[in-house]
Design a protein around this ligand. Structure first.
Ligand SMILES: C[S@@+](CC[C@H](N)C(=O)[O-])C[C@H]1O[C@@H](n2cnc3c(N)ncnc32)[C@H](O)[C@@H]1O
Length: 239
């Protein structure tokens, strides 16, 4: 495994494990997965390699071109499709889905509540949402540790402060938004509790460090006391 792959597994291990466990629990056969804002296919391609059909919706032509290349190189081009489009138009772009991935996208849309309703509208009854968002408490800590005290103070009470039009969430804010979109929360995991605090050189130089950190991230991901420290929140919800 290369250094960048090791770093990637540290950053996404918790999310990947939750999504894989979910798909393992669903009925046999390939799931119909929509990865909205799926970018270059970091999740779409591995999910296709597990045998699922994945449709990526993303406004970026560059990301879709990279997705196409990645899917061809992995030998799953026939199971992955990319379509240029916006989360807000999901219902006009895709058919019913068993699972929608929305990773790192709710943070950047203008109206997160409308985006969740848009996702719910394409999920089959009983279908699932895998939602990954930036978490506000950790962002406040990160700004303060970097010496940006006013920015930290601003973000404390304003979820959009200093995020260049973006949005950062707390678990308490997400819960009623999901309920309003008729989505029931199944699990909430903290993601990257320590990963962003550990120097990259330590992971590169210390044999076994990445694997041990992946295990530690998994262990703390369900501990409520560590949730406010997580860079991201991963929510599995069901329609
Ligand atoms: C931070 S990246 C996340 C990529 C990928 N989901 C991941 O987790 O690695 C955000 C992605 O959302 C896409 N995006 C931005 N605005 C969007 C919108 N309104 N609808 C759908 N996708 C959007 C961007 O083009 C980009 O690929």
């Amino acid at each position: 495994m290369s250094a960048s792959e090791r770093r990637q597994s540290v950053r996404t291990g918790v999310v990947w494990a939750a999504v894989q466990a979910l798909l393992g629990d669903t009925d046999a056969g390939p799931a119909r997965i929509v990865d909205v804002g799926g970018g270059t296919g970091g999740f779409a391609v591995p999910l296709a390699q597990l045998g699922h059909r994945v449709e990526v919706i993303d406004p970026s032509p560059d990301a879709l071109a990279a997705l196409d290349r990645r899917a061809r190189e992995a030998g799953v081009a026939d199971q992955v499709t990319g379509q240029q489009g916006d989360l807000a138009d999901l219902a006009t772009l895709v058919d019913e889905a068993d699972l929608v991935l929305c990773h790192g996208v709710l943070d950047v849309v203008d109206d997160p509540a409308a985006a969740l309703a848009s996702i719910a509208s394409v999920l089959r009854p009983g279908g699932h949402l895998s939602l990954l968002v930036a978490q506000r408490h950790a962002a406040v800590v990160a700004r303060a540790m970097a010496g940006h005290f006013q920015a930290a103070r601003d973000l404390l009470d304003d979820p959009t402060a200093g995020a260049r039009g973006g949005h950062r969430f707390t678990a308490e804010e997400l819960a009623p938004m999901l309920t309003a979109a008729d989505l029931s929360t199944i699990t909430v995991h903290g993601v990257r509790v320590f990963a962003d605090l550990v120097p990259g050189s330590l992971l590169d130089l210390e044999p076994g460090a990445s694997a041990a950190l992946v295990e530690l991230e998994a262990a703390v991901s369900t501990r409520a006391e560590f949730l406010p420290l997580a860079t991201q929140l991963h929510v599995l919800a069901q329609r």
